[in-house]
Design a protein around this ligand. Structure first.
Ligand SMILES: [Mg+2]
Length: 211
């Protein structure tokens, strides 16, 4: 194994071919995948999305000046402050803008191999902050719509990652948390795994076999 620097964090690298063995050896029977930039990358003008979401936040708190990226933690804080009405507004806006702005996707071939390998030894799930309406047609296109036992999307939760709410919607109490593994691409995913109390792997820590 060698380490690689991604998002300013060092990750241990794992060969894709070692993944199935890793799952079995560590009794990982429930593998949760993030969607965007993990299974596939949504091709979307995020700046426009941020602008639209920022306007929703500004409507509820005029003191909030939307500049640049609207962080997930910020959205969760507003959720806590303004409750259901804000949630409905934010859901409506994010769904509308994902629908209008996603122009395609770029599949991650590493994820496809991991899914194929994990399928025979574990239950697979998705935990995403995107809308099911956005990701489901892509999963269908990839013939993966029946690969996942549970899919937790933005509309299923009040608080998005890194809040652990979504994890508990797919958590089966008959399983120990040590049976779960979250695979994602971002610091948010790593923090979500930590707050849920489960192991995390960054998708970029997997490497193709060389030689
Ligand atoms: Mg992601």
């Amino acid at each position: 194994m060698r380490s690689v620097l991604t998002n300013w964090i060092y990750w241990e690298q794992m060969k894709i071919t070692d993944f199935q063995q890793y799952l079995q050896k560590n009794q990982k029977r429930e593998v949760i995948f993030d969607f965007d930039e993990t299974i596939s990358t949504l091709l979307i003008n995020w700046a426009e999305w941020d602008r639209a979401v920022g306007q929703v936040l500004h409507r509820y708190d005029p003191a909030f000046v939307p500049l640049g990226i609207i962080e997930a933690v910020q959205q969760n804080i507003f959720m806590q402050r303004f409750g259901k009405k804000f949630r409905d507004d934010l859901l409506h806006t994010t769904c509308k803008y994902e629908k209008e702005l996603v122009s395609g996707h770029r599949v991650n071939s590493v994820a496809l191999i991991l899914i194929k390998k994990a399928r025979s030894v574990a239950n697979l799930h998705i935990w995403t902050s995107n809308h099911l309406e956005t990701i489901y047609p892509i999963l269908q296109e990839l013939h993966l719509d029946s690969a996942f036992k549970r899919m937790i999307a933005r509309g299923d939760v009040t608080f998005i990652k890194p809040h652990p709410e979504g994890f508990y919607l797919l958590f089966d109490e008959n399983n120990p948390k040590s049976a779960y593994l979250l695979i994602g691409d971002s610091k948010k995913d790593a923090e979500a795994a930590k707050s849920a109390g489960v192991d995390f792997m960054n998708i970029s820590s997997f490497c193709e076999d060389i030689g």
